[in-house]
Design a protein around this ligand. Structure first.
Ligand code: 86X
Length: 541
């Protein structure tokens, strides 16, 4: 009540627009706080539910996907909620996955000649403003430092929401001649965007980790080539590492990064709620930023020219997408290539059997797998039962469990149990390493295959408006011939928002892989306009 009154008072001194903005912000803050409370409540309910059922999760993925997700990310010890709404602690289990993604991408961009660097996280007010068009729409999301102790700073300093305005003044300085090109820099860092939409761990947080690549070339052709190469690395992060199929394509004019020339993207699908999610983006910025920041060079012919620039990024959101796609009612299901632990070995002591021999053998097998380069742990803890350990490591998503009981010991074999499908197999010690490798490879392949089948079943081709909404409401992504007019895109969005609060559909991308488009095909949403290309639509994050 008191807060509300204060807000009203201070609003009296603002312009109408400012007051509107402040009111919107306060409302959104209240909403975010409410969401955080709900999450905490869900976590408390989990505690209760678990005690009753003794199972890891208190809701199924199908029953309540939102609660399932909140629970799984905390119960599997990926994240902890933090006291600032929209900010999360990345615990070692999540950070180790991030490190795997990072190692892959970092190695690949180095092969392309990209160098790593680090720029400050603070943006002077004057730099941020230089770049008006690009910043304008984002302004409400920028976080500012205005004080040190209780003294106001002379000039407020922004916290980077992305680093174009931090880096490009220096590009203008460093680039003089065609001999200084190409310039290819990348940084691994955190960024802050003070979003007011409902926050979700990994998927939408106010601070997140990412890499941002910023490159400059003498020619558009070189820039175009790199945009594609980077997008393909993003595709590989999703498909080859996270086992999540993606659709690569180009964004519509409405959905592209406004400061750039064109935006390419990889788009993923979350079957549980039928929503699409942008996986990563690779932009060709054209010469827009070069003009704004004066990034010019002298050509071989001694002429002045503007550089062609790209920027590209992927974030910790990738982890959230993987959790949503593969997780099940027992917990996480981790693809072997990114799993912090790929194998857990569990000795099964039995009454009347010498457990020290059993544990010794389990530890030997563990050492052998480790020596072969696998990420393995032997869980021989005596204060937990085997059943508890099964649940625990299933919740954490470890791809392969190896059980060793007295019978196995006798037969010099071990029991393999796959996390993804529960398949069991007895393997002789002689073939242990070979079989473990082979099983993990099979899991990696099967996860992508299954997710691809499911995704493919949920992308439908639609040729007219009548079929569009029913497909969306059946949780599909829709591929439809479109005239590529922004007004039609806006009309579709407005007319696909459900009465039940379902959001409107957006264009996700114009896929590079296009079905045939017969001459004379009309736009699905504007039947008087010729269609230009098949476009992917969906309700999205
Ligand atoms: C767009 C563009 C681009 C480098 C990437 O997508 C990959 C890595 N950057 C980022 N974007 C903004 O430019 C932006 C700017 C401000 Cl001021 C903001 F508050 C939020 C933003 N969000 C996205």
């Amino acid at each position: 009540m008191e807060d509300e009154r204060k807000l009203e008072e201070s609003m009296a001194e603002m312009s109408v627009d400012e007051a509107k903005e402040a009111k919107k912000k306060a409302k959104a803050e209240a909403k975010a706080a409410k969401a955080a409370k709900a999450a905490a409540k869900a976590a408390a309910a989990t505690e209760k539910g678990k005690k009753k059922t003794k199972l890891g999760l208190s809701v199924t993925k199908e029953e309540n996907f939102g609660d399932w997700y909140s629970e799984i990310v905390t119960e599997a010890e990926l994240i902890s909620y933090y006291d600032v709404s929209g900010c999360y602690i990345l615990r070692p289990w999540a950070y180790a996955i991030w490190e795997e993604l990072k190692a892959f991408f970092d190695g690949e961009i180095k092969k392309l000649g990209v160098e790593n660097c680090y720029f400050p996280m603070f943006v002077p007010e004057s730099n941020l403003i230089k770049e008006k068009d690009h910043v304008e729409g984002f302004a409400p999301e920028v976080a500012w430092v205005t004080k040190s102790g209780d003294t106001d700073l002379d000039v407020p300093i922004a916290v980077r929401p992305t680093s174009e305005t931090v880096m490009y003044p220096y590009y203008a300085d460093w680039i003089r001649s065609h001999r200084d090109l190409p310039l290819k820099l990348n940084q691994w860092c955190n960024v802050v965007r003070w979003e007011f939409k409902h926050p979700t761990p990994f998927i939408r947080s106010r601070e997140f980790l990412w890499q941002e690549g910023h490159t400059a070339y003498a020619t558009k052709a070189e820039a175009d080539e790199e945009v594609k190469q980077i997008l393909d690395l993003y595709r590989r992060i999703f498909e080859d590492l996270l086992c999540v199929p993606v659709i690569p394509g180009v964004k519509s004019e409405k959905e592209k990064f406004a400061g750039g020339l064109y935006t390419t993207t990889v788009e993923a699908y979350v079957p549980a709620n039928g929503r699409a999610i942008q996986g990563a983006t690779s932009h060709c910025l054209g010469q827009n930023f070069a003009k704004m920041f004066g990034i010019e060079f002298e050509t071989e012919e001694r002429a002045r020219a503007l550089v062609w620039q790209n920027s590209w990024g992927f974030t910790t959101r990738t982890i959230g997408v993987m959790v949503m796609v593969h997780g099940d009612d027992k917990g996480l299901v981790l693809p072997p290539k990114v799993a912090p632990l790929q194998v857990v070995v569990i000795p099964l002591p039995f009454k009347g059997c010498d457990s020290s021999v059993l544990v010794g053998a389990a530890e030997e097998l563990t050492a052998e797998l480790k020596a072969a380069g696998l990420r393995v742990r032997c869980d021989a803890r005596e204060n937990y039962t085997p059943g508890w350990k099964y649940n625990h490591w299933e919740l954490k998503g470890v791809p392969l469990r190896i059980e060793l009981g007295p019978k196995d010991l006798e037969q010099r074999s071990a029991r393999f149990v796959r996390r993804d499908n529960g398949a069991k197999e007895d393997v002789s010690w002689q073939r242990l390493v070979e079989q473990a490798r082979c099983t993990l490879e099979q899991v990696q392949k099967d996860l992508l295959d299954r997710a691809t089948k499911e995704r493919d079943q949920n992308v439908v081709e639609v040729r007219n408006w009548e079929d569009f909404l029913p497909a969306l409401d059946a949780k599909k992504l829709v591929l439809a011939p479109w005239c590529e007019e922004t007004a039609v895109e806006e009309w579709v969005k407005a007319n696909s928002a459900g009465g039940d609060g379902a959001m409107g559909a957006k264009t996700l991308c114009i896929p590079f892989k296009q079905p045939a488009l017969p001459e004379g095909t009309m736009c699905f949403a504007a039947p008087d306009k010729p269609a230009k290309r098949w476009t992917l639509w969906g309700r999205s994050y």
